[in-house]
Design a protein around this ligand. Structure first.
Ligand code: ZN
Length: 392
C-alpha cells in the first residue's frame, strides 16, 4: 500500500498529505500528539490541526474501494479533469458526518478547488457544486477513462486476439513511414524459422508450398504457433507505424466540428465497440467477396470493408456476423453521403488495417444489447438490423 493512500483514506487531500509525509507525521502521530506540539514543533497552523484531528476520528475508506475509485478516475478530479490542479481528495457525496457512508457510490475524486465548491454553503446555486452535478461528472468521467484505457490497451497490444490483418496495407504503411520493413521483436525468430525472408517480407513461396490452403487464407493456414506468430508480427509492424503517426478515437470524429474544421480524410482512427456485419459464406474460396461492417450513429454511417480471406480464424469469420464487440483501426478513405431506406447519412468509408477482440472494453449501450437473447436484442434494432440478424 502506498504511504499516500493512508492519508487519502481519511479524506486528507494529496497536497496536505505530501506535506505531512515530508514532516514525517504519520496518521497515528497526528492522532496522539497534542495539538500544541503539532503547531509549535511541526509548524502546522491551528486550523489545519483542528481540521486533521476531526478527519482522523472517521472510519477510514477501505483500501479496495479507494484503489478502485482512483483507478477508475485516473487519479484526477472528475469535475475539472485536473485542469484546476493535479492534487485531489476523496469527497463524500452525501456528507460523512451525516451518513458515515464509505461505499464506492458515495465517493468521488475532486481537486481541492472543486472540493471547496462542493462544501460551499449558503451561496447562490450557480457557484456551488451540487451532489447531482458530482454524480453526473463522476459517471461520465469514469466512462471516458474506461474508453481511453481500452483504446490505449489495444494500441499497446493488449487484446484477446487479432481477427483480421490487411497484410499488404500494413507493408505499404511501413514503406511509406520507414522506407523499409522495420525490424521488430519477432523479426529474427521468424527469419530463423524461414517464415520471413531476410527483407522482412513473408516467405510466401515456402509457406504456400508447405500449406497450400494459405493461397486462400494467408493468415488462417495452420493451427500451430506459426500463424499466430505471423499475426503478432503484422501487429508489431503496425505498431511501429503508430509510433510515428497519430491515431484518433473515431468517436471524436463523428460530429459537426470535426467534419467542418479540418480535412479528416486520411486520418488514422480506432473504434472499439459493437459493429454490425454479415458472416461470409464458409468455406472461403479464392473468389469470396468482401463484407461490409458498419456502425450507424445519426447522422453518421461508418463502413469498413473487410476481405474475409484476411481473417485469422474461422471463429473470427463467424464473429463478423450480427453485432459483436471489436476494435478496428483504419484510415478514413472518403466521406460522402448515402441514402439508406430513404434517410440521408454522412458516410465515412474507412480502410481497415487491423481488427481484433479487445480484452477490455466499455459499454456504449445498456448491457442488455449484448445479451445472447434474441427477444431482448431485437428490441434494440430497427428493421434493417433485424434483417441482418435473421440472415446470420
Ligand atoms: Zn477539479
Amino acid at each position: 500500500m502506498k504511504v499516500l493512500d493512508t492519508y487519502l483514506r481519511y479524506g486528507i487531500n494529496t497536497e496536505l498529505a505530501s506535506r505531512l509525509i515530508n514532516l514525517n507525521l504519520s496518521i497515528s502521530s497526528i492522532k496522539t500528539l497534542p495539538s500544541k506540539d503539532l503547531i509549535s514543533i511541526y509548524g502546522l497552523d491551528a486550523n489545519e490541526v483542528h481540521y486533521l484531528k476531526n478527519l482522523l476520528i472517521r472510519q477510514p475508506i477501505p483500501n479496495d474501494v479507494l484503489n478502485e475509485l482512483l483507478e477508475n478516475n485516473n487519479y484526477v478530479c472528475c469535475v475539472c479533469k485536473g485542469v484546476k490542479s493535479d492534487g485531489y481528495v476523496i469527497h463524500h457525496i452525501n456528507s460523512y458526518s451525516i451518513t458515515q457512508d464509505n461505499s464506492y457510490s458515495n465517493l468521488a475524486v475532486l481537486c481541492p478547488a472543486d472540493h471547496d465548491l462542493a462544501h460551499r454553503e449558503g451561496i447562490g446555486l450557480t457557484s456551488k457544486l451540487t451532489q447531482k452535478q458530482i454524480i453526473q461528472a463522476k459517471t461520465k468521467w469514469e466512462k471516458d477513462v474506461k474508453k481511453h484505457n481500452s483504446i490505449k490497451a489495444c494500441i499497446n497490444g493488449i487484446y484477446s486476439h487479432i481477427e483480421y490483418c490487411n497484410i499488404e496495407r500494413i507493408f505499404d504503411l511501413c514503406i511509406q513511414t520507414h522506407s523499409c520493413i522495420p525490424k521488430v521483436e519477432l523479426t529474427d525468430y521468424l527469419i530463423e524459422n524461414e517464415i520471413l525472408l531476410p527483407s522482412g517480407f513473408v516467405n510466401d513461396i515456402k509457406l504456400n508450398k508447405d500449406y497450400p490452403n494459405r493461397v486462400i487464407s494467408p493468415l488462417n493456414f495452420f493451427a500451430g504457433g506459426g500463424a499466430a506468430f505471423l499475426r503478432e508480427y503484422y501487429f508489431q509492424l503496425f505498431q511501429s507505424v503508430l509510433n510515428n503517426k497519430e491515431i484518433v478515437d473515431l468517436d471524436s470524429l463523428l460530429n459537426k466540428t470535426a467534419l467542418t474544421k479540418n480535412n479528416i480524410i486520411g486520418t488514422m482512427c480506432i473504434y472499439i465497440g459493437g459493429i454490425y456485419g454479415t458472416t461470409p459464406k464458409i468455406p472461403l474460396t479464392i473468389d469470396s467477396s468482401p463484407v461490409k461492417m458498419y456502425i450507424r450513429r445519426k447522422p453518421f454511417y461508418v463502413t469498413w470493408i473487410i476481405d474475409p480471406r484476411l481473417m485469422t480464424s474461422n471463429t473470427a469469420i463467424i464473429r463478423i456476423g450480427g453485432h459483436n464487440i471489436h476494435f478496428i483501426c483504419g484510415t478514413i478513405r472518403s466521406i460522402d453521403t448515402i441514402i439508406i431506406k430513404g434517410e440521408k447519412f454522412i458516410h465515412y468509408d474507412i480502410r481497415p488495417y487491423i481488427m481484433g477482440a479487445p480484452s477490455i472494453h466499455f459499454n456504449r449501450r445498456p448491457n442488455i444489447s449484448y445479451r445472447n437473447d434474441m427477444v431482448d436484442l431485437l428490441s434494440f434494432f430497427d428493421d434493417e438490423d433485424y434483417n441482418i440478424l435473421k440472415t446470420t
